[in-house]
Design a protein around this ligand. Structure first.
Ligand SMILES: [Zn+2]
Length: 207
């Protein structure tokens, strides 16, 4: 599974061709929206700056690398990327919100071929997010039994080692990973970073 959430989230509206062209998702542990693909940001901002209740409200469009598929993240409260930015999988790109045509905080997540309305693809089938109401864990970080591994990395930087495998290497994210690996009060000291790096090299770093 590959969802815009790092941990638990809820599906509140399913994908149905001609009725609802994406999945409505609500973050449970966090409202951070992560990129689900490697690609280029081709739009950020309001659907209609003069009407904050229109359509997707504040949203992001990302064109997937080597593909015509354009990914949409709608109804956001905050956007952290800009047009032209290159993004990687798991990168935090925005915050869930209720801008646009929305009655409660959620993210409308959809994929349109060439970015054309009506050309929507089955986002559930592509992402592996069940097309069923309910609570789910983001499983794409569990593809390797719940652990991150970069055994080919030879350097000394946890940031570079994470980047190399396409994982968010920001301080905030390293802090989350540290806690999951029983390294508390993470401040990014050399000792803490070495511990994280050694676990990562051994494929024992919990996601
Ligand atoms: Zn929706």
């Amino acid at each position: 599974m590959n969802s815009p959430y790092y941990m638990k989230f809820r599906v509140t509206q399913t994908y149905k061709k001609g009725v609802h062209d994406g999945l409505d998702l609500v973050g449970i542990d966090s409202k951070d929206i992560h990129s689900t693909i490697r690609g280029t940001v081709i739009f950020t901002g309001w659907e209609n700056i003069n009407n904050p209740k229109q359509g997707f409200g504040k949203f992001i469009k990302i064109k997937k690398d080597n593909s015509d598929d354009v990914y949409y993240f709608g109804h956001l409260s905050e956007i952290y990327v800009k047009e032209g930015d290159r993004v990687y999988i798991t990168q935090v790109i925005g915050k869930e919100g209720t801008t646009g045509n929305s009655t409660g905080s959620h993210c409308h997540y959809c994929i349109r071929k060439d970015g054309i309305r009506g050309n929507d693809l089955n986002v559930s089938a592509i992402s592996g997010i069940p097309n069923r109401l309910g609570v789910y864990d983001d499983g794409y970080r569990e593809s390797n039994n719940g652990y991150l591994e970069n055994s080919s990395y030879k350097g000394n930087s946890i940031v570079d080692a994470l980047k190399q495998i396409g994982v968010d290497s920001s301080f905030e994210h390293r802090k989350k990973i540290a806690e999951r690996n029983n390294i508390y009060n993470y401040t990014g000291t050399a000792t803490q970073n070495t511990k994280l790096l050694n676990l990562l090299k051994q494929g024992k770093l919990k996601k």
